[in-house]
Design a protein around this ligand. Structure first.
Ligand code: SF4
Length: 295
């Protein structure tokens, strides 16, 4: 596969965010070379005039110095919503590291989301931000399934990096997403990470846009016994699987004395407290219908 990399000058780098967890978001790159097959961010292609497949292009953003830093004090900044800020090319282009250096001392609350252990390179820098946290996306412990789905570093490397950051006193998140019905073993992942993270987020697999056909084709080829389940969920809109999983998790988490909630309050808890588990199933649809109700 040939990767097309271009540098692109932009006027500014911080944008107001409509994510539930942040005031601002940053995308130091357009595109993402992890090329996850389920990537909802692949819609970005439409807006950036890229004809290449998702994962096969990367625009490296170059921006001027950040001004009015005071306005970011105490605000939440999310890094990693539609790209991985620590994609392998960050090693060369250092755009994420540049951004962190520019924002040092601003008082912004940093949340980084990644699938890479390259984030360890910036550990000293990250530590200088108040209440910084670093999240790792882990939706399986099975490296074969991971390799079928993304080109990022192994799950083991992500788990090791998460532990190193946590040991260094940085808050960590395990983002169990997207949960693949019948494939993602949520309990096994929680069991593996519960002593090295402060927050566990759960999000169901959404299938929309161009990757729906690809994922359903993959299930048919590699997990044919799951075809009826996927058809029920993704062709007929049946949510019983998620309701059953929710109820199983309630019992599992109460047995393990972990809080299971809908809103993240992990920042209010001491660093050493057990992680809080946040259920984010269907949050986008819930948000949309709440907006409609308010109109
Ligand atoms: S790491 Fe995130 S942004 Fe990058 S391809 Fe995967 S899902 Fe998309």
């Amino acid at each position: 596969m040939e990767l097309i990399i271009k540098e692109k000058e932009v006027k500014s780098i911080l944008t107001k965010s409509n994510l539930p967890v942040s005031d601002y978001s940053v995308t130091p790159y357009i595109g993402c070379t992890h090329g996850c097959r389920y990537c909802y961010a692949s819609f970005m292609k439409r807006f950036t005039n890229h004809s290449e497949d998702w994962g096969e292009f990367l625009d490296v953003k170059l921006w001027p110095e950040i001004k009015n830093m005071d306005k970011y004090r105490g605000k939440e900044l999310f890094l990693g919503s539609v790209t991985d800020p620590y994609n392998p090319q960050e090693e060369t282009y250092l755009r994420t590291q540049t951004l962190l250096k520019q924002l040092q001392g601003s008082g912004v609350k940093l949340t980084i989301q990644t699938k890479s252990d390259l984030v360890l390179r910036d550990i000293d820098l990250i530590k200088t931000f108040p209440d910084a946290r670093v999240g790792f996306s882990i939706n399986t412990l099975d490296e074969d399934f991971k390799n079928d789905m993304d080109q990022a570093v192994s799950i083991e490397r992500r788990l090791t990096a998460m532990k190193q950051l946590h040991d260094a006193g940085i808050r960590t998140t395990c983002f169990i997403a997207p949960i693949f019905p019948g494939i993602t073993d949520v309990e096994a992942i929680i069991d593996r990470v519960k002593d090295q993270c402060n927050l566990i987020w759960l999000e169901n697999l959404n299938l929309r846009g161009s990757y729906k056909t690809d994922i359903l084709g993959y299930i048919k080829e590699k997990h044919p016994h799951l075809v009826p389940l996927y058809e029920e969920i993704y062709l007929r809109g049946n949510r019983l699987y998620w309701e059953a999983l929710d109820s199983t998790l309630h019992s599992y988490l109460s047995e393990h004395k972990l809080d299971y909630v809908r809103n993240d309050d992990s920042m209010a808890r001491p660093f050493d407290a057990p992680p809080v588990v946040v259920n984010f199933f269907y949050h986008e649809e819930i948000k949309k219908s709440a907006k409609k109700r308010m109109k």
